[in-house]
Design a protein around this ligand. Structure first.
Ligand code: EPU
Length: 443
């Protein structure tokens, strides 16, 4: 449980950690790299620990040596089963599919189950791997993928919701070791996909077009181990920017690649949030009033769905009416009813929320439903009057390194207390639903 006494403006500087969503597929790709890979700038997070456990189960030796460094090395084991107990803890476990298939010719990966941010199928991952020559069946809740040989081909990887981030990662890793040329069309352009591609290139893969919707991969026979540094976490950086604006603070966010946040930074300016952008840091200061505005979360280079909830929390305190739409995960609004409990005026309409800004939020006891929802509630709690307690903050540990410590260093009044709720035993965590909360029309 996190107890926040709201009202303190954040001040100082904060260091952004390595990107979770880049680190996870890169760690998985190490399954296909013979020898000792050393990764730097790895955040200390529950998801990283879960991926380390999974790789351990798959016969990798994974050692954390000092701050932010991980050494990964395959052993002789050919174990190819990623079981439900590990996969249910973290959907990104599915990132082992491509690397396992490429290096061991088989993968038995539990199908990830339900999720609190909406429907998350993996049909495109499977379609891409099948196009490379894998035989795939779903049996007893597992994806069973087998291939004596992977052969490059042209793959259209777009779906009804656009491109897929971890799906593109899976096909990239598998195609890197396939025979011949693979062309991925409608590939995800997210910086985390580019980081995996750059890691594979450093290992000897031949890849062109990273960061564009068309990626060409010429398969190589073997990858070589390397030392590689993970990019900084753009979602963490954005979360700090929003928290600073919401509390009218003055914070310099360090270890950022501003180009990874272009659409978001442009929108912040429109909302009246002044940012001083340097080569690897961004300072937010002098925010007096946040303007209302409309936001649409899209695939990269659009505003990321992973900061949609945090932006909504900030816009609860904006002047006027805002509309926030999520085109990537249209159901990702479970946190809205919790913000309503803090005095926000929010109404849900299909894949959007309509927010009527209020002058102040009030502290309340609220419940987190997923990682970014937790971050949104933290932002609301920091900006609110009085005390907010957030339960189920184990979600935060999945994606924000040392969040409470970083907040305290910036002057926030936060205390981490023993949560009476233990972490979930399944991936589908019952949580509040906006419809049950009777959210009214904004006034
Ligand atoms: N989709 C399909 N079929 C597929 C795959 C995806 O229809 O086979 C749909 C999804 O249902 C969704 C959309 O396509 O509507 C995009 O999903 P995507 O596959 O890109 O998401 P993901 O790879 O499962 C990653 C991040 C998420 C982030 C999304 C979108 C990792 C480990 N996870 O998920 O991060 O929200 O991309 O950018 O990289 C988080 O960090 O909190 C988080 C949820």
């Amino acid at each position: 449980m996190l107890k926040i006494q709201g009202g303190n403006a954040l001040r100082g500087s904060v260091q952004v950690s390595g990107a979770k969503n880049a680190a996870l597929p890169i760690m998985a790709a190490c399954l296909a790299v013979p020898g000792k890979t050393v990764l730097h700038n790895l955040p200390e997070l529950r998801d990283i620990a879960s991926m380390s456990d999974l790789l351990g189960q798959l016969g990798m030796s994974v050692t954390r040596t000092g701050t932010g460094q991980l050494i990964l090395e395959p052993t002789r084991s050919r174990e190819s089963v990623a079981d439900y107990d590990l996969v249910r803890k973290m959907r990104a476990s599915v990132c082992v599919l491509g690397p396992l298939l490429a290096s061991r010719g088989e993968a038995f990966v539990s199908l990830p189950g339900g999720c609190n941010i909406g429907h998350r199928p993996i049909d495109l991952h499977l379609k891409g791997l099948a196009a490379l020559g894998a035989e795939i069946e779903i049996r007893n809740g597992y994806v069973i993928a087998q291939a004596t040989k992977l052969t490059g081909t042209r793959i259209f990887l777009g779906g009804a919701m656009g491109s897929t981030v971890t799906g593109t990662c899976n096909i990239l890793s598998a195609a890197a070791l396939a025979t011949g040329r693979t062309i991925i069309e409608s590939a995800a352009c997210e910086p985390e996909v580019v980081d995996l591609g750059n890691f594979l290139i450093a290992c000897g893969a031949k890849i062109e077009g990273l960061g564009t919707p068309c990626i060409t991969i010429d398969g190589v026979e073997q990858l070589q181990p390397v030392e590689y540094e993970i990019i900084p976490d753009r979602i963490e950086a954005a979360t700090w920017l929003i928290a600073t604006a919401a509390t009218r603070g003055d914070v310099t966010i360090e270890n950022v690649i501003p180009e990874h946040l272009s659409a978001f930074l442009d929108k912040l300016t429109q909302l009246g949030v002044l940012c001083q952008i340097n080569s690897n840091s961004i300072r937010v200061s002098g925010v007096t009033e946040i303007q209302a505005g409309d936001i649409v979360a899209l695939a990269y280079p659009g505003i990321p769905t992973d900061i949609q909830a945090q932006l909504t929390a900030m816009l609860c305190l904006a002047k006027g009416m805002s509309v926030v739409t999520d085109r990537v995960f249209p159901e990702r609004f479970m946190y809205a009813s919790e913000l309503v409990r803090m005095g926000a005026k929010i109404r849900r309409e299909a894949n959007s929320v309509i927010i009527q800004g209020v002058n102040r939020l009030n502290g309340a006891s609220v419940m987190a439903s997923d990682l970014r929802a937790s971050a949104a509630l933290v932002i609301a709690g920091l900006a609110a009057e009085g005390e907010t307690t957030i339960r189920r903050i184990y979600h935060l540990d999945r994606g924000y390194e040392k969040l409470a410590d970083k907040l305290t260093a910036l002057g926030a009044d936060v205390q981490r207390l023993q949560d009476r709720q233990s972490p979930p035993t399944g991936s589908s965590i019952p949580g509040p639903h906006w419809q049950q909360a009777g959210i009214g029309e904004p006034k």
